[in-house]
Structures are given as structure tokens and as C-alpha cells.
Design a protein around this ligand. Structure first.
Ligand SMILES: NC(=O)CC[C@H](N)C(=O)O
Length: 309
């Protein structure tokens, strides 16, 4: 069934959700992200017929941050296959925060899943190529194909800001290296990871990538497969079980849409067969999810019965 989303209604939902911005906080542990306006909130919905309905300022660019983890995962699954990837990173959700180091002290030290930082660093270390720039270019080329937008690149300012301050992520890398889960140079991995997280795009691009996942990996325009069906299925499953960090369970109950968030305030969501959604609202809750964005998706899911459950 093709859905027709109503623009005026969407604008009203955005205004309602914005009221919650005062309960949230912009991420500032990456200094460049601290500049965002907490009252910003925008959304784009991309449907299989190629239509986009949006509200808020959808020309604003948002850095992917943890949203990039789902795209990097798809790329390494294509490159290396499930067996090799899941030999190094697990499939289980966790109630620890995304940057936690605690579980790496237990045996086995393998990260629980690819959506927490430890697991994402392992995934990024598996991106193939002979140099950091070649690996980044491969990832960017994949992102551009998914978004159908050749202009997508990364923010040098945000990448640099994270690179200079990412002491926790470096600690995770050293733990992983000690346990032989990664073996590359930590500074090189950090350079690639911070540039990956700083890839920036609009909500419309986010929504279009969501739509590719919603269509089992197919290009919405040409129907060409951009990733195998199984890879799209694994990505959506992780989005449900781990995509909203340690509030994925609550999100599954209240919203019920496969989604991945980032500390920039972005959310990429995929409603199977129906639409892709991109949201940007930098006021975050205490788990690091966009507070206003989650409220908005909750409203949308209830209004249009979008829950997959
Ligand atoms: N939750 C996030 O979005 C985290 C991504 C961020 N770049 C970090 O590693 O801390």
C-alpha cells in the first residue's frame, strides 16, 4: 500500500515534538557538535514512488556519527561475508552505553554487537583498501550510491574535532588490539573511523538510504540491487535490536520501526516496503538518542500505523 503523508500534518507534528527540546542536550563531548541548535528539528519521508514529504529545514546537513555504523556494516558484509564479520563481532544487544569499555574486560573480549563503539571500530577496521584514504573513498562511494547523491562527503571540522578528543575510543581500540580482535595501527583506524562518523548529508539523503533498506537493498528508482537482500535484512535486524543503543527495547515498543541514531541528533529509519525516514533533532536524551526525533517518530508511527510488530 502506498502511503500519502500529509505535509501540513507533518509540520504540526514537528512543532509538537519541538516542545520537548528543552528536556534534551546537544552532544558536546565532540566539541564541534556542541554548536548545534537544540531547537532544530527536521524530517523527510521518502516513498517508493519517488516522492518526498518533509518538514523543518531539510537543507541542514547532519553528520552521520553512529548512523554510519549500519552503512559500514553493510559494506564489510558485502566485502567479507557473514562468517568473517561475525567471527570478530557479536550479534547481541546490550544494556551498557554505546561507548562502554566494561564488557571488553570479560572473556571473550569480542564486542557484543556492531552498533556499540567497540563493535563499530572492529567493523571499520575490516573496510578493505590499501590506505585510509582508499578505504574512506570506498565507503563514501557506497554511501553516495545508497543516497543517490554524488556530492556527499565528510565534514573535516567534525572529523578533526573528534579525532583530537576521542580518548575513550582510542582506549577501546587498544583493548581490542591487545585481544587480537584488530591488528591495525590505532591512529590510522581512528582517522578512518572519525572521518566515517563525520560523513554528512541532509535528512532527504538519510531518508533515501532508509528507503533502500526498506526495499530490501534495491535502488528505489532503478530497482537495481545496491546490496544483497540478506545484508539489508541483517542491517534492519540490528537496527531493531541495537540501533537505538540501550533504549532499543523501549523504542521497539513505542515506535516499532528499524532505526539507527547518531549523537549528532540524526536518525535513519526504514519502514519495510513502505518508506525511508530521515530525522535531525540535536537535543539528545541521556542515552544519546535525539529526544525530539524519537517523539516525532512515535507520533508518526501511531498516526500511520508504522510499527512492524
Ligand atoms: N553514538 C554515536 O553517535 C557515537 C559516534 C561518535 N563518533 C563516537 O564514537 O563517539
Amino acid at each position: 500500500m502506498m502511503l500519502v503523508y500529509n505535509q501540513e500534518e507533518l509540520v504540526r507534528f514537528v512543532e509538537e515534538a519541538k516542545q520537548y527540546a528543552r528536556y534534551g542536550k546537544v552532544a558536546d563531548y565532540i566539541p564541534a557538535l556542541g554548536k548545534a541548535d537544540p531547537n532544530e528539528l527536521s524530517i523527510a519521508i521518502y516513498t517508493p514512488d519517488g516522492r518526498v514529504v518533509d518538514a523543518g529545514d531539510v537543507t541542514v546537513k547532519v553528520t552521520l556519527q553512529s548512523i554510519s555504523k549500519i552503512i559500514a556494516l553493510a559494506l564489510v558484509l558485502i566485502d567479507r561475508g557473514e562468517d568473517e564479520v561475525f567471527h570478530k563481532v557479536g550479534m547481541e544487544p546490550t544494556d551498557y552505553p554505546f561507548h562502554s569499555i566494561a564488557k571488553l574486560e570479560e572473556k571473550p573480549a569480542k564486542p557484543l554487537n556492531p552498533m556499540i563503539n567497540a563493535g563499530a571500530l572492529v567493523v571499520t577496521s575490516m573496510i578493505q583498501g590499501s590506505s585510509v584514504s582508499e578505504r574512506l573513498e570506498r565507503l563514501l562511494a557506497f554511501v553516495r550510491r545508497l543516497a543517490g547523491n554524488e556530492c556527499i562527503s565528510y565534514s573535516d571540522e567534525v572529523a578533526r574535532s573528534e579525532f583530537e578528543t576521542a580518548f575513550l575510543n582510542r582506549s577501546l581500540c587498544y583493548f581490542l588490539k591487545q585481544h587480537r580482535i584488530i591488528d591495525e595501527d590505532v591512529e590510522e583506524l581512528m582517522e578512518l573511523y572519525t572521518k566515517q562518523c563525520a560523513i554528512e548529508m541532509t535528512c532527504i539523503d538519510l531518508a533515501r538510504i532508509g528507503l533502500v533498506l526498506a526495499l530490501d537493498g534495491r535502488d528505489p528508482h532503478s530497482s537495481e540491487p545496491l546490496m544483497p537482500l540478506d545484508v539489508a535484512r541483517i542491517c534492519k535486524t540490528f537496527m531493531v535490536t541495537c540501533g537505538m543503543y540501550n533504549s532499543s527495547g523501549e523504542f521497539a515498543i513505542k515506535v516499532g520501526i528499524p532505526a539507527k541514531s547518531g549523537v549528532s541528533g540524526g536518525i535513519l529509519a526504514a519502514v519495510p516496503g513502505r518508506c525511508g525516514i530521515g530525522v535531525f533533532g540535536p537535543a539528545l536524551d541521556d542515552k544519546g538518542n535525539s529526544l525530539t526525533g524519537v517523539k516525532l517518530l512515535e507520533r508518526l508511527s501511531k498516526t500511520y500505523s508504522l510499527s512492524i510488530f
